[in-house]
Write a protein that binds this ligand. Structure first.
Ligand code: 7RM
Length: 650
């Protein structure tokens, strides 16, 4: 699997002789690139990588094995991703807008941040972080609302070689503490407070609470957003306003090895606490830029809006890195889709003349249910491509999106990928490849999906269904889970030897297009957010009235899946609405409001097998409201419990 490259000269020669354009714009291009990418994957990725700016070329394109796992791309190469995101564009795009920032309040002024300004602000932030003692390899936790300084903070870390760990600002103090401790962050970057819709949230207070459980954090950098007076711990907390005033606007990008870590991002799995997915500099850069260009078919001058939060991987790859690597104009929105009303997204599309709009099915369904009157006041005439991500999109939502937002003239891309994949894997490319309602589509060139049955045997041919795996590495495959490589192996590489297992089930149709069915493990997807059922159970069990709990997902009209919790209470604790509210508060405290159960059913026992395993199949059926076929319950320790559960279902 090794491929030696020649001298610097031959490397440059090859750069010029790139076989494919960076952006594949026709179906024929796509077909040729796909074929080439499976026949000569290394050569294909060398070709793609040659379109970036490297400080030093690689000597080995790829080394890999999926047993350890051990995957390394572009070995020996040096680069800095921010040089590719920012500096590279300064010669011709210094005055072009890099980031359009739209605030929570529609009456507050938007900001247009040029590539020049982005450069200066990122350098300022890097200099301030340097003064706080941050150096290459240090972990920095970023816990902030969607304001420009969040983008500066992420890019500043990348520029100085610090490893960013962005934590979504909807997580609780406990979750923040867990994440800080897991990767022993040295610095936290946060704000005084934030607004999200009509709500105000005391962000700094949450960090203060988290830090009572952390010992690794030396400094806290506080960016002002809301002009709140917040307590500042002497010797620890620093007001960014004061540092910003005298920070220099030059900071030399640190040359990073291709396989040096770029960031950690925590994501939930079927067991235990969320794991820190690790991405590295070279491979992630190559893949984020390549996928952005090809999936959305971005053309210079267009405005791209991904509505995700930068606290999730979608925000990392398609608000920041992907667009900026392509010199695009990317829109960053601080608010929520329904504030001040359910027309906000469409107002912003018209206001900023958005061309590419990328959101989640849950947002589409929620705006669909709010009524067409919120859409009609807007022309949406600038839109060219629409995207969907995070969960399967149902046909009704797909058609509503196509008709009412795309006015039947936009390409729709349903992009399947994961925190672990770093970038989009299965999708159509806007206006280029075959697309069908509610199907993710084809693999991108360089991506080799395979469906397997539960024994790991490949299911060949079209019209097939099975567990979705990938059989060859792509540049931004996760490298490890922070501090626990064995967990990475177990979770993704041990189920099926020599394959990366996604945890999803999928169907391949007669044309080779993929439809994602959903998770086949104990992960549930609530409004596009991933949770492990065990993770929520652990949170519920923190409530002193709770003896035991079992959590399953159930179909939810807006959220995709809702959270259904079966709870056994301690003797003397009353099963009433007040108790439900208290349990919900416990989950909000342990994880965050985004994880609170939609339904709680109090039960006297759980359906367990004689070996003590909870039969989740039964609990899922009851939660779905489908009790006609509960299957075989004779192996249960106490079959009568099923009857009680069915009767008490809500
Ligand atoms: C990008 C992101 C990953 C899980 C994944 C799937 C589900 C994501 C789609 C999808 C159907 C899609 N990262 N998923 N995209 N299911 N169609 N287009 O969401 O790590 O947070 O979640 O999300 O189950 O495994 S994630």
């Amino acid at each position: 699997m090794k491929q030696k490259k020649g001298s610097l000269l031959s490397w440059h020669t090859e750069w010029i002789m790139s076989r494919f354009p960076f952006q594949l714009t026709t179906e024929a291009d796509y077909d040729a690139a796909y074929r080439f990418s499976t026949e000569s994957p290394e050569a294909f990725w060398e070709d793609v990588a040659s379109h970036y700016q490297w400080r030093k070329p690689w000597h080995t394109t790829l080394e890999w094995n999926f047993q350890e796992p051990d995957v390394k791309w572009f070995l020996g190469a040096e680069l800095n991703i921010t040089e590719n995101c920012i500096d590279r564009h300064l010669s011709d795009k210094a005055e072009q807008t890099a980031i359009i920032w739209e605030p929570n309040e529609s009456h507050e002024a938007a900001k247009h941040i040029s590539y020049r300004e982005l450069h200066d602000e990122v350098c300022r932030m890097a200099n301030v972080l340097t003064d706080l003692g941050v150096t290459k390899g240090d972990r920095v936790c970023i816990y902030m609302p969607m304001i420009p300084e969040l983008a500066y903070a992420v890019l500043a870390c990348a520029r100085m070689g610090a490893i960013h760990s962005v934590v979504f600002a909807g997580f609780s103090a406990n979750s923040v503490a867990d994440r800080i401790n897991d990767s022993s962050c040295k610095v936290v970057i946060t704000t005084d407070a934030m607004s999200r819709g009509a709500k105000q949230i005391a962000v700094k207070a949450i960090v203060d609470e988290a830090l009572t459980q952390c010992t690794s954090v030396e400094r806290v950098l506080v960016v002002n957003r809301m002009n709140w007076e917040v307590p500042m711990a002497e010797g620890r907390d620093v007001d960014y306003r004061k540092e910003h005033a005298h920070a220099a606007t030059i900071f030399e990008p640190v040359a990073m090895q291709s396989e040096d870590p770029l960031f950690i991002l925590y994501t939930s799995g079927s067991t235990g606490k969320p794991k820190g997915v690790l991405h590295t500099c070279g491979g992630y850069m190559v893949y984020a830029g390549y996928t952005f260009s090809n999936v959305f078919q971005y053309k210079t001058g267009e405005i791209h809006w991904c509505t995700a939060d930068i606290g999730w991987v979608t925000g990392h790859s398609y608000i920041l890195y992907g667009p900026l690597l392509n010199g695009a104009t990317t829109l960053m929105f601080e608010g929520i889709p329904t504030y001040p009303d359910a027309g906000r997204f469409w107002e912003v599309v018209d206001k900023h003349r958005v061309n590419i709009f990328y959101t989640a099915p849950t947002a589409i369904r929620s705006l669909m249910s709010a009524g067409i009157e919120h859409v009609l006041p807007y022309t949406l005439q600038t839109l060219r491509a629409l995207g969907s991500v995070g969960e399967p999109i149902n046909e009704e939502a797909w058609h509503w999106y196509d008709t009412n937002i795309g006015k039947n003239r936009c390409a729709i891309v349903d992009t399947f990928w994961q925190t672990e994949t770093g970038g989009i894997m299965l999708t159509s490319c806007a206006g280029v490849t075959n697309s069908k309602p509610a199907l993710a589509g084809l693999p991108l060139p360089g991506v080799q999906p395979i469906l397997v049955d539960s024994n790991g045997n490949e299911i060949e041919g079209n019209d097939a269904e099975g567990h979705l795996c990938f059989k060859f590495p792509w540049p931004s495959i996760l490298r490890s889970t922070w501090g626990d490589h064995e967990r990475c192996r177990q979770t993704y590489f041990a189920t099926y030897p020599n394959l990366y297992f996604t945890g999803d089930g999928a169907r391949r149709d007669e044309d080779g297009l993929y439809r994602i069915i959903g998770r086949v493990d104990d992960v549930i997807n609530v409004s596009g957010h991933r949770f492990g059922t065990a993770e929520i159970e652990n949170a519920i069990n923190q409530n002193k009235h709770v003896i035991e709990s079992a959590v399953v997902g159930f179909p939810h009209d807006i959220k995709g899946q809702g959270i259904y919790a079966y709870v056994i209470l301690a003797k003397g604790s009353e099963a009433n609405q007040d108790m439900r509210d208290r349990i919900i508060e416990t989950v909000a405290h342990e994880i965050g409001r985004i994880a609170k159960p939609d339904k709680i059913q109090f039960v006297s026992g759980l359906p367990k097998t004689r070996s003590g395993k909870i039969m989740r199949r039964i609990l899922r059926k009851v939660a779905e409201g489908d009790v006609s076929s509960l299957g075989d319950t004779t192996t249960l320790l106490d079959p009568t419990i099923v009857e009680e559960i069915v009767k008490g279902a809500n």
